[in-house]
Structure formats: C-alpha cells, structure tokens
Design a protein around this ligand. Structure first.
Ligand SMILES: [Zn+2]
Length: 243
C-alpha cells in the first residue's frame, strides 16, 4: 500500500469515527465525514464568469465564482444560515477569483467592501456571513477590507418579492462613509449570492453617493432556475434567496 493510499484510508477512518461519535456530515451533501467531502470540494473550484441580466440595474461588472446549485448552494446556505463559519475560507476562493478578474494585477489599489447584512439577521445568526467571507477573500488576496457601507434602515424580507419589489424595498436603505483624504482606492463590493442585483445596486448607489469608485462586484455564486442562469429566466422565481 502506498503512502497516499494509507493517508486516504486514515482520513476515511477519522471521518467515519467523527460521524459515528459526533454526527459530523459534509455540509454540501450530508455524507458522513468531517468537513467538506472530496466530491463537494470540486464545487468550490472557481468557474468564474461575468453575470449578465436583462433589465439589470445600473451596476459595474458583476463576476461570480460559481453557480447556485447543489452542492455549492448547500455550502452557501450552511455558511449563511447554519453557522458553518469554517466555510468562509473555502467559499472565499470563489470571491477572490472574481476579484482577480475585475481588477487583474491591481490588487495593491483595491479595497474589498462587504455588502452589509441586516442588523437583525446578524443578531439572529450570531455571525456576519458576508463580512467573514470578505475578510477571508482579503486574506487570500492580501488586500484590505473596509466596512464603508452600512444599513441605515431594514429592507425587510426579500424572499417573496419580485425584482421590482426588491429594488423598491432596497431603495435608500444604505449609507456609506465619505471618501477620506485624497487617497482613493477602487472598491470591489463582495456578496455571497447575487439574484436580482437589488441589494448590490443599493450598496453601489450608497458608495457612489459618498464619492467612492466601485470597480466591480465579486460574488461567490449567482442563482439559477431550471438549470439556466438569469440571462434567460424571469426574475421573480428566486424565493428563499436574498439579493
Ligand atoms: Zn459532500
């Protein structure tokens, strides 16, 4: 038996024991084991692409590292809703790959800014998933993270609204810190999922109103419906997913 085979067997034994005694399972597929399984790790390999939508709000380039479908969708939800904070690092690889496309070779002049989560959601989850995702991407890229934009009031639940409803609900819900001094960095806005673009559009509006330049938006994944992206789909079909 080779060293690699022995190592793999040992890892499988540890995973099986962890499942047996601790109930551990892969957050992507539910398979018994410790952490993200080998099959689901493949879904974390960046498949970077530009996101385009019909009737897209006025936005700088939006780049996604993947598509919101299993097992990636399960990993994103586990990170956001089930407190699997350890997924921030692997998911941040999808964001970092998008930042490299938006600002190739420019990382010294780039600042990452997380889309702000609602204060109530952060309190309920006990975790700011988008901030954690952005900070992990910042560490990968060696670029700073600044919380320049924040919620000035709640936008309410997005899930049951169509695109027009989401845009209206997000309007004027965010404010950004004004540009300080003459040194102005280009901002890449970060979010975990983009659906209608309503949340990102409001963050971009607030940042621009405060004098910032937004180079682009990097998201871990974009939503799909019936196996296709928004390019050919209606907007109102994404219940259960913010943004
Ligand atoms: Zn898995």
């Amino acid at each position: 038996m080779s060293t690699n085979e022995r190592g793999r067997m040992l890892a499988e034994c540890v995973s099986a024991a962890t499942h047996l005694f601790l109930g551990a399972a892969c957050p992507g597929c539910g398979r018994a084991g410790l952490g993200v399984c080998i099959a689901c790790r493949a879904a974390l390999e960046p498949a970077v692409h530009r996101v385009e939508r019909p009737r897209w709000p006025q936005l700088p380039p939006v780049v996604a590292g993947g598509v919101y479908k299993p097992p990636l969708s399960h990993l994103v939800v586990a990170h956001k809703e089930r407190g699997c904070w350890q997924l921030a690092w692997p998911l941040s690889g999808l964001v970092a790959a998008g930042v490299r496309v938006i600002a190739p070779g420019e990382t010294p002049g780039i600042v990452l800014v997380p889309v702000p989560s609602g204060a109530q959601a952060v309190r309920q989850r006990g975790y700011d998933h988008c901030l954690a995702l952005t900070q992990a991407a910042g560490r990968r890229l060696g670029v700073p993270v600044r919380r320049f934009v924040r919620r000035s009031r709640a936008a309410g639940d997005q899930a049951d609204r169509d695109r027009a409803g989401r845009l209206a609900a997000q309007q004027d819900t965010m404010v950004a810190d004004a540009v300080a001094g003459r040194a102005r960095a280009r901002i890449v806005l970060v979010d975990d999922i983009v659906t209608t673009g309503a949340t990102c559009a409001e963050a971009v509006r607030a940042l621009r109103a405060a004098g910032h330049e937004v180079a682009g938006i990097a998201v871990a994944c974009e939503t799909v419906v019936r196996g296709r992206t928004h390019r050919t789909s209606r907007f109102g079909d994404f219940s259960g997913v913010d943004g």
